[in-house]
Design a protein around this ligand. Structure first.
Ligand code: ATP
Length: 256
C-alpha cells in the first residue's frame, strides 16, 4: 500500500532574487509520510518549510517532481481526497462574523460529518484545546491564540487521514500546546499521517516519531527525537549542509 503522502524529487523555483530572478526554494525533496506516524519538519527561517507544505497540499505546483496524496496525484485529487485531509498552512480557517462554534460546525459540514458527529467532535476538540468558554464568541472578537485554537480544531475535528500543520503551536498557551500534542498523538494512534513544522525542537521532540531537517530547500537529515542534545545535532546537520554548499550566498549561518 502506498503511503498517504509521497513527495518525489520535488523542486520549486520562485521569483525571489535581488533582480526578481527565480531562485531555488526546494531542491529534490523526497518525503514519505506513513500512516500512524508524526513527522516534524524543522529548519531556520526561510528554509522552505511552508513552501514544502503548500506543495504537499497542491496550493503550489512544483517545477519538478511529483506529489501523491491518499493515492491520487495532488493536482487532480478530488473532494473525496480533500475531505480526508486537514491542514493549517497560512490563512487559518475562520470566518470573523461566525462564532467559534459556528466556524467549527462549518468545517465539520464541509468534511461531510453528520450534525451529531459534528457536535461530539466540536466538544472534544474544544475541551482538549481549552476553547469551551470561547465557543459562543464571534471569531473577530477572539485573541490571536484563541483563533489559532479554532483553526486547529477546524483542521482536526473530522479525524483526517493526512494532517499538515505549519507551526500550529505559535501563539498557543502552554495548556493548549499540551492539548495540541495530545490531539496529534491521538490522531496518529488512530492511523493519521501527520506532518508538523515548528521552530521549537523540544516541542517537536515530544510529539514526533522523526524530525526532518530542511535547510536551503533540501532535507539534509533526519533526527531521532529521543536522546540528548537535539539542538546540537540540529546545528551539526545545518552547518555540515552549509559547508557543502558550493557558492557563498551571503546568508550563511553563524556558528552558535
Ligand atoms: N511567493 C514567493 N515568492 C518568492 N519567494 C518566496 C515566496 N514564498 C516564499 N519565498 C521564499 O522561499 C523561501 C522559503 O520560504 P518559506 O516560507 O517556505 O520558509 P519557511 O521555512 O517556512 O520559513 P519560516 O520559518 O520563516 O516560516 C524563502 O527564501 C522565501 O523568501
Amino acid at each position: 500500500m502506498t503511503a498517504p503522502l509521497v513527495l518525489d524529487g520535488v523542486g520549486v523555483e520562485l521569483a525571489g532574487g535581488r533582480r526578481r530572478e527565480r531562485v531555488r526554494v526546494l531542491d529534490s525533496v523526497d518525503l514519505v509520510l506513513a500512516a500512524g506516524r508524526v513527522r516534524a519538519l524543522v529548519g531556520l527561517n526561510g528554509a522552505g518549510k511552508t513552501t514544502l507544505m503548500r506543495v504537499a497540499l497542491g496550493m503550489l505546483r512544483p517545477d519538478r517532481g511529483s506529489v501523491e496524496i491518499l493515492g491520487s496525484p495532488v493536482q487532480t485529487a478530488g473532494p473525496q481526497v480533500w475531505r480526508r485531509c486537514g491542514h493549517l498552512v497560512e490563512t487559518p480557517f475562520c470566518y470573523p462574523e461566525l462564532t467559534a462554534r459556528e466556524n467549527l460546525h462549518a468545517a465539520a459540514t464541509l468534511r461531510g460529518l453528520s450534525s451529531e458527529e459534528s457536535r461530539r467532535r466540536v466538544d472534544a476538540v474544544a475541551e482538549l484545546l481549552g476553547l469551551e468558554k470561547w465557543l459562543d464568541r464571534r471569531a473577530r472578537t477572539l485573541s490571536l491564540g484563541t483563533r489559532q485554537k479554532v483553526a486547529i480544531g477546524a483542521a482536526t475535528l473530522h479525524e483526517p487521514a493526512v494532517l499538515i500543520l505549519d507551526e500550529p503551536a505559535n501563539a498557543l498557551d502552554p495548556r493548549a500546546v499540551l492539548g495540541l500534542r495530545g490531539l496529534i498523538r491521538d490522531l496518529a494512534a488512530g492511523g493519521a499521517a501527520v506532518l508538523v513544522s515548528s521552530h521549537h525542537l523540544d516541542e517537536v521532540a515530544r510529539m514526533a516519531d522523526g524530525i526532518d531537517v530542511l535547510h536551503a530547500g533540501c532535507i539534509v537529515g533526519t533526527l531521532e527525537p529521543g536522546g540528548a542534545d537535539l539542538e546540537r545535532r540540529f546545528f551539526d546537520l545545518v552547518l555540515a549542509a552549509e559547508d557543502q554548499r558550493a557558492e557563498p550566498t551571503g546568508d550563511e549561518v553563524a556558528r552558535p
